[in-house]
Design a protein around this ligand. Structure first.
Ligand code: PXP
Length: 255
């Protein structure tokens, strides 16, 4: 059966937009696990634009399923990973100016560096995954370096708009999954997956985990919006006394 790992970065993005304490990605992770998620994913970026070091450390303590840390292949991130010890590290390329991770790792061109990093992480008992484009050369290079997993980048498939392009990108993913399986590399997939485009991928065998963030956070804002407004209406109109549940007035001035 496929597994779902939930990326909570965008909960932190909302928090950082105000530099306020909420919403807390740690709380989102607890709810994701209650909802049945098989694991939690965060990307600690060099510029700390969403997830903070504090989030990662608390998540390491409270996540009961599996914690996957996405990170760039830098010395700083290696030290953090060796200290925090997530269950898995997914190595991703990172550029400051990008809105989100825009492409897969260049495994072939960075073999020596990635091999050293991979060895150190594995020696610390951390599973290592490479986020790669669905290209056979990248799969082969990941196999040579002895990554445990590859995560196939599904972003180009997700962005395709015509049936021909969607079929073409789906084919590239299917080929990469098959080739990885043949090399005994374990396979995850993610980026840009949503409540519509994931269905076709369920026809593929050989994928273990889906990594999904943005579409889940985006949907949660909408499916939770009406309730959040009702709760505030109850406070504004009735002093919080109408609903059986929900926020109650907790500070009375003058008492
Ligand atoms: N996998 C990797 C390596 C990513 O960088 C991201 C985005 O943080 C995802 C999966 C999840 O992508 P999305 O937020 O589009 O679901």
């Amino acid at each position: 059966m496929f597994k779902l790992l939930v990326n909570v970065d965008h909960v932190a993005t909302l928090r950082e937009a105000r530099k306020a304490g909420e919403p807390d990605p740690v709380a989102a992770a607890v709810l994701a696990e209650l909802g049945g998620a098989d694991g939690i994913i965060v990307h600690l970026r060099e510029d700390r634009r969403h997830i903070q070091d504090r989030d990662l450390r608390i998540l390491r303590e409270i996540v009961r399923t599996k914690l996957n840390l996405e990170m760039a292949a830098t010395q700083e991130m290696l030290q953090i990973a060796l200290e925090v010890k997530p269950d898995m590290v997914t190595l991703v390329p990172e550029r400051r100016e990008e809105l989100t991770t825009e492409g897969g790792l260049e495994v072939q061109l960075n073999q020596d560096h990635l091999r050293k990093l991979t060895q150190m992480l594995k020696e610390a008992g951390i599973l290592v995954s490479f986020f790669i484009d669905p290209e056979l050369d990248q799969v082969k290079a990941s196999h040579i370096i002895e990554a445990d997993f590859v995560e196939i980048h599904t972003g180009t498939y997700a962005d395709a708009t015509t049936p021909a392009r969607i079929r073409e990108e789906f084919g590239r993913i299917a080929d990469a999954v098959k080739f990885s399986n043949r090399l005994k590399l374990r396979v995850n997939a993610g980026h840009g997956l949503n409540y519509h485009n994931i269905f076709s991928l369920l026809d593929l065998t050989g994928i273990e985990e889906f990594s999904i963030g943005h579409s889940i956070v985006a949907r949660s804002v909408l499916v939770g919006f009406e309730r959040a407004v009702r709760e505030m209406v109850n406070i504004v109109r009735f002093g919080g006394n109408k609903a059986d549940t929900g926020p109650k007035r907790w500070l009375k001035l003058g008492e």
